[in-house]
Design a protein around this ligand. Structure first.
Ligand code: NAD
Length: 403
């Protein structure tokens, strides 16, 4: 079939196998180059660092989770297990990008002699946890690092079977702000109605720390975490402009819950001298973030400002910096007053935020976005689905089942 991009309300319905492979190969090449030798103190070589050797990534097929897997495997020859929720391809339907990424990643990792496995299924379910336990027992023995990088719109409670939905809404009052679609560069006004109390509670159930805690409890009970194992979950704070829909909205409540869970988990992990952290990462285009209202407009301005200052990073660069200079540098892990690791440090710099705010004030409803990099945001969005690579012939008839 000829695979073309189809995007509906910032959600891509198709993915390109060759482009997804290229996306993964490009990230691997960047990691390998820096891991071997680097003069850049922000992205140092991994030689001599004590990085974890056996890594479990929950949500490791796209975005920050995929980058975590790539940095572990190709930055430090780690064996990895991914857990993700995918649609497989058929003769006339493409797979999810996560499926293509995973196939590409695992082929390349195995070629390098690394162990690389996936459990495709619902990470919230007990069956998936059991399947992962079997994989660890058979293949890796124990795990040194568990990355929690799930972004999901729903969760079925594994005990009661009740389904919970996460929503991206403000709490209390409706929120009206400027927004932009990825496909058109016209700025428009968007109003998001406030969540009900039930929706707040449901979002916390899905995106809070409950499932992260269940995973760690489960792995501890089964003795599948190695001595001094670490677990890290990813969070976001962002600027005041997006507070109503993000940090002070439903998702922010869930992230607060996730962040509070880190302390409880660290207490539990004391038994093995382990540690739980939350890392606050930068706003980046992923399948999850593109659908948050207002956020694409913020990202377009942020990308432009950070690129002008030479500070723009992709998911892989963020995770590489997190691992090599913060989590496994050999020094004490740097945290803020709330115990969180801050790899969003460059995004949140006051000069960056002041400039984004200045440019935000220039935007006008019904007009094209000005002084932003919507093209860059759109390009990244295309690439995470395997589109927009100049040297791939997208008019070619290909089999969507072959990566
Ligand atoms: P993403 O959509 O690229 O990745 C989500 C991953 O979760 C995928 O691998 C997907 O398959 C998996 N997943 C979703 N539901 C699942 C389920 N039920 N069972 C198994 N796997 C499932 O998202 P992302 O942006 O990389 O987000 C990952 C984490 O990073 C989230 O916690 C997010 O809040 C956080 N974060 C994102 C940003 C950002 O700007 N993108 C910034 C900071 C923090």
């Amino acid at each position: 079939m000829i695979i073309t991009k189809k995007v509906l309300r910032n959600v891509s319905l198709t993915a390109h196998p060759k482009g997804c492979r290229r996306y993964v190969e490009d990230q691997i090449a960047w990691v390998e180059e820096h891991a071997k030798q680097s003069d850049n103190p922000h992205y140092p070589s991994t030689t001599g660092l004590h990085m974890p050797k056996r890594v479990l990534v929950l949500g490791g097929s796209t975005g920050y989770g995929l980058s975590s897997r790539i940095v572990a495997a190709f930055g430090h020859n780690s064996d990895t297990i991914n857990v993700s929720f995918e649609r497989e391809p058929s003769e006339n339907k493409t797979a999810t990008p996560g499926w293509y990424n995973t196939m590409a990643f695992e082929n390349l990792a195995k070629r390098k002699g690394l162990k690389a496995f996936s459990v495709f299924g619902d990470a919230f379910s007990n069956q998936t946890k059991e399947a992962v336990a079997r994989k660890i027992e058979q293949e890796l023995g124990q795990i040194d690092l568990v990355i929690y990088s799930l972004a999901s719109p729903l969760r079925n409670d594994p005990v009661t079977g009740q389904a919970y939905k996460s929503v991206l809404k403000p709490i209390g009052d409706a929120f009206t702000a400027l927004s932009v679609d990825l496909e058109s560069d016209i700025v428009k006004q968007a109003t998001i109605e406030p969540a009900t109390e039930e929706q707040v509670a449901e979002t916390v159930k899905v995106m809070g720390g409950e499932d992260w805690s269940l995973w760690i409890d489960f792995l501890l009970q089964r003795n599948l975490l190695a001595h001094e194992a670490m677990t890290v979950a990813y969070s976001y704070i962002g600027p005041k402009i997006t507070y109503p829909v993000y940090r002070e909205g439903t998702i922010g409540k869930a992230k607060e819950h996730l962040e509070n869970s880190a302390e409880e988990l660290t207490n539990k992990l004391k038994a093995i001298n382990g540690q739980a952290y939350v890392s606050v990462n930068k706003a980046l285009v992923t399948r999850a973030s593109a659908v948050i209202p207002v956020v694409p407009l913020y990202m377009a301005l942020l990308y432009q400002v950070m690129k002008e200052k030479g500070l723009h990073e992709h998911c892989t660069q963020q995770i590489y910096r997190l691992f090599t200079t913060m989590l496994f540098s050999g020094n004490a892990v740097p945290t803020d007053n709330d115990g969180r690791v801050r790899v969003d440090d460059w995004e949140m710099r006051s000069d960056i935020q002041a400039e984004v705010e200045r440019r935000w004030a220039l935007q006008q409803e019904g007009k094209s976005l000005v002084q932003g990099d919507l093209g860059g945001v759109w390009e990244e969005y295309e690439q995470i689905h395997g589109f927009g690579f100049g040297d791939i012939d997208y008019s070619k008839d290909i089999d969507p089942r072959i990566v």
